[in-house]
Design a protein around this ligand. Structure first.
Ligand code: NAD
Length: 498
């Protein structure tokens, strides 16, 4: 069985750790690779390599840096289908979905190719007599990223293309559940001619994450994953003086107004609720129809579509959704469905008994639809991260907005309506970081930035786009005057132009 190596200093290096874990194909339940879980000492070795590489990479002219980035983008485009297959084989999502994930990651590479312009500072002449001043954004040095299983290619690409284009060197700790796509991408990165030590990958679990958070030579950490770990990473990383952005979990609501185009709202809920088996931080988990009539209409239209979902392995081109990531995830989601029933929600479609012929050991679940969910139920409060959509009926628009604003998560949300006033007021009042108006998955494009509010993001910076450039650089302001214009004699007053 393949043993997945680390990758640093331009080479693949097998970990000597005594701990390891299997990587599974979730469609079959088969172990397909072994992943050694690296030690803190191994992480230190990687940091030393990245630190050494940062010295010359940070002073390489940005135009030269992005020449490699252009080449990298070209290689990614050329090998997109291979990478998508690697994603699907360990994650389980359909090929088209994996391809789409990668395409969104490549858009960040496109954005990073513009770094010479993005790093241009600001200049002011004559801020005082014969004095000029300019501000400049400089790299931090060695930075790291810790990423979740649900987007094994895209989420790391939210981070390292910008960090590296800005002149930093990067250490990636991918999810231990689907580590192969990042490795394939690392090969292309090196083929693109980046110097050794610029992008490094170290695999592992809590031991290596803690070592990253504590290491004095790592200056910033980007994290994406569940809220409990995001909060832990933020607290521990900042306690060690690092800049940290930690993106956490979500529970995204979609309001369906009585005037919405119901067919389009139903299609949107199907894609955003069940695409990728609901394992997206921007998945819609709660539909909030306004008024009984809208709710009855919505549930009647959704139920047959949920029953009719085409579920299959990623190799089935007709599949709309694949398995969930692990046997544990399947158990946890099924347990939450049990709890929903116990707490009194109406189970309209039950996905627990789903089995796929020939794939009986895979981690498949059918689509599940709950109606009459209330705000005190566990299935409403907790992130389920599976193919489960809850319908929570609201009597009014104000009630729906209040519900969303009071939820602990604030990642994404959407409203479906034909009423421009209601949509505009929604965008203003809602306490959520990313808002869709007749758009169910409002994931910002690469030249905007991605980030939730409340317990969906810890830290001051959203990720990628202009916020990514700010996060991975620090501002320096230089004030200069040449000797000929300096008057003799010390001046003890605070400098001003008065
Ligand atoms: P996770 O929190 O289990 O793992 C994320 C990373 O943290 C992994 O690299 C993992 O190795 C590491 N980790 C796990 N436990 C740890 C511990 N105890 N100490 C230190 N490190 C630890 O998340 P996941 O299950 O891989 O991903 C799903 C979660 O990610 C969901 O909650 C989802 O909403 C969230 N997510 C959020 C966003 C976003 O942009 N806000 C995007 C994608 C996923």
């Amino acid at each position: 069985m393949t043993i997945i190596p680390n990758a640093f200093g331009g080479a693949k290096v097998q970990s000597k750790s005594t701990r390891s874990q299997p990587v599974y194909n979730p469609a079959t339940g088969e172990a397909i690779a072994t992943l050694p879980l690296s030690t803190a000492a191994e992480l230190d070795e990687v940091v030393q390599v990245a630190k050494q590489a940062a010295v010359s990479w940070g002073t390489t002219p940005p135009l030269r840096r992005v020449r490699h980035m252009f080449k990298f983008k070209e290689l990614l485009d050329r090998h997109s289908h291979d990478i998508a297959r690697a994603i699907s084989s360990e994650h389980g999502k359909t090929h088209a979905d994996a391809f789409g994930e990668l395409a969104r990651g490549i858009e960040v590479v496109d954005f990073a190719c513009g770094i010479p312009h993005l790093l241009k500072g600001e200049f002011s002449r004559n801020v005082g007599p014969d004095i000029d001043s300019w501000s400049d954004r400089q790299p931090l040095g060695v930075v790291a990223g810790i990423t979740p299983f649900n987007f094994p290619a895209m989420v790391p690409m939210w981070m390292y293309p910008i960090a590296i284009a800005a002149g930093n060197t990067f250490i990636l700790k991918p999810s231990e559940r689907d580590p192969s796509a990042p490795m394939l991408i690392w090969d292309l990165f090196h083929e693109a001619g980046f110097p050794a030590g610029v992008l490094n990958i170290v695999h592992g679990d809590k031991e290596v994450v803690d070592a990253i958070l504590d290491h004095p030579d790592i200056k910033a950490v980007s994290f994406v994953g569940s809220t409990a770990i995001a909060e832990y990473v933020y607290t521990r990383g900042t306690a060690h003086g690092k800049r940290v952005q930690a993106l956490g979990g979500a529970k995204n609501h979609m309001i369906v107004m009585p005037d919405a185009d119901m067919d389009k709202a139903v299609d949107a809920l199907m894609g955003a609720g069940y695409g990728s088996a609901g394992e997206r931080c921007m998945a819609i988990a709660v539909a909030v129809p306004i008024g009984e009539k809208t709710a009855n209409h919505l549930v009647e239209a959704l139920a047959p579509k949920v029953r009719g979902l085409k579920i299959g392995p990623s190799t089935d081109p007709d599949a709309e959704m694949g398995p969930v990531i692990t046997a544990d995830a399947k158990r946890k989601i099924s347990g939450l469905i049990d709890l929903g029933v116990k707490e009194g929600a109406e189970l309209v479609v039950d996905g627990r008994g789903f089995a796929l012929q020939g794939y009986e050991s895979g981690y498949f679940l059918g689509g599940t639809l709950f109606d009459h969910v209330t705000k005190d139920m566990t299935i409403y409060r907790q992130e389920i991260f599976g193919p489960v959509l809850s319908v929570l009926r609201a009597n009014s628009y104000d009630e729906a907005v209040d519900l969303i604003n009071k939820h602990e998560y604030g990642n994404g949300t959407a409203i479906f309506t034909r009423d421009g006033d209601a949509a505009r007021a929604f965008a203003d009042r809602i306490e959520v970081g990313m808002v869709g108006i007749n758009v169910p998955l409002p994931v910002p494009v690469a030249y905007h930035s991605f980030g939730g509010w409340k317990r969906s993001l810890f830290g001051d910076h959203s990720i990628y786009g202009p916020e990514g450039v700010r996060f991975y650089t620090r501002l320096k302001t230089i004030t200069s005057r040449w000797m000929t214009s300096i008057r003799a004699g010390a001046d003890f007053n605070f400098p001003s132009t008065k």
